[in-house]
Write a protein that binds this ligand. Structure first.
Ligand code: SAM
Length: 383
């Protein structure tokens, strides 16, 4: 390898070498490494520590689309109690760098690490081994890898799924969403949660085909990616129970009301103002946060930013409301100055429950009706 074209990074305990990154990072990079996703990978380290604690066994991990190997190497150097970590990428260049990075971090490894240079689905079927955790972090949609990945999880194992086709899942490319996820999507203020829930539906229905229940236990989203962790269980009944928690969301652009309908009954018109609802779905309407897992992740996290995010998610997990609101929505709809989130939350909490959301710094989740939210905002002093 020519040294002039290489760049070194340090992430967590790992020293990483990759070919110099292009100015605009895309899948054309020789070996994909996005330093901006360090935070997301740090969350996955806290998650894996928590999973190890919860399952109480030595974990076998597969980083199915590993590129430089960064995530799997972080697991192998930062998480105690792992049995084996496998890293795989079909790109020969990625594989070469993965090997180099494995070599460069050998002294810090806390478990055995094996590397592979295979097409992901072929690897899963040829290995025919079962894993406690499989990470699927593709370019774009995870669809091509879901069927195989969900079949090689051990009982109680976790499938972590990233999607970067956010234009599709957040409502900018409606027809593509229908094609890839068989869901109707619209651009709404709570689009990150819509994207999460559409992908949940897709993963749950994939598992259900094989009588595997894939229950979402943690999820987070940013502008360019979203990521969901699913806990695996076996049985047609459990899979069916998750499918039964899929349905539709309605959003009235006129009066900002949100609705949820389980199953395949949705209503075209807003019950209150009679205007046409925007209807989104089918999508998953059940819980996306498991409080016991989040509490364990908080204990295991060594990063203040991760801890802050997890504490917000823990509060959100107490509310069974599959959408959030933005302070900016109310400012533009009510023609008032944007309410300060802290002040608004303390007002709302006098009448019901309201919390911040990890999906937006201007977002909040509440069990209060829209009339009450509007009333409280109308009475707020200007910030
Ligand atoms: N997980 C990595 C990280 O945290 O930096 C990033 C992975 S990158 C987004 C996706 C990787 O998947 C690329 O390195 C690409 O070569 C690999 N890939 C794409 N299709 C694949 C397939 N069918 N089988 C195996 N690897 C594949």
């Amino acid at each position: 390898m020519r040294k002039s074209r290489l760049t070194k990074f340090r992430e967590g305990k790992v020293e990483l070498v990759v070919p110099s990154l292009p100015k605009v990072l895309s899948k054309k990079a020789e070996v994909f490494y996005n330093p901006e996703k360090e935070f997301e990978r740090t969350i996955s380290v806290a998650f894996l520590r928590a999973l190890r604690k919860k399952l109480g066994r030595r974990l076998k991990i597969l980083d199915l689309l590993a590129a430089s190997g960064i995530r799997g190497l972080r697991f192998a150097t930062e998480v105690d109690g792992l049995g084996k970590v496998y890293l795989n990428d079909k790109s020969e260049v990625a594989y070469k760098f993965m090997r180099e990075n494995l070599e460069g971090n050998k002294s810090k490894l806390r478990c055995e690490v094996k590397i592979f240079n295979e097409e992901a689905n072929e690897l899963l079927f040829s290995l025919d081994e079962y894993f406690d955790y499989i990470d699927v972090d593709p370019f774009g949609s995870p669809n091509p890898f879901l069927d195989a990945a969900c079949r090689f999880l051990k009982r109680g194992g976790v499938l972590a799924v990233t999607a970067t086709d956010t234009a599709v899942l957040y409502g900018a490319r409606k027809r593509a969403c229908f094609k890839s996820y068989f869901s109707k999507v619209e651009k709404v203020p709570f689009m990150k949660e819509v994207g999460i829930r559409i992908l949940c539906k897709r993963v749950i229905e994939t598992g259900a085909k094989y009588e595997i229940a894939l229950r979402p236990i943690f999820a987070h989203a940013e502008k360019h990616y979203l990521r969901i962790y699913f806990s695996q269980d076996l049985g047609a009944e459990r899979a069916l129970h998750l499918l039964e928690q899929c349905g539709f969301l309605g959003y009235c652009k006129s009066c900002m009301r949100r609705y949820m309908w389980l199953g395949f009954n949705s209503e075209e018109k807003c019950k209150e103002c009679g205007r046409k609802n925007v209807v989104i779905g089918p999508l998953f309407l059940g819980k996306i946060f498991d409080p016991s897992m989040i509490r364990e992740m908080i204990k295991q996290s060594k990063d203040d930013r991760v801890e802050k995010l997890l504490k917000i998610a823990l509060e959100e997990s107490k509310l069974q409301v599959p959408y959030y609101y933005l302070t900016t929505e109310f400012a533009s709809k009510l023609k008032v100055r944007e309410p300060g989130l802290g002040t608004l939350l303390s007002k709302l909490n006098k009448h019901g429950k309201a919390t911040r959301t990890i999906f937006s710094p201007k977002g909040f989740r509440t069990n209060l009706k829209i009339e009450k939210i509007i009333e409280e905002i109308s009475h707020l002093p200007f910030p």
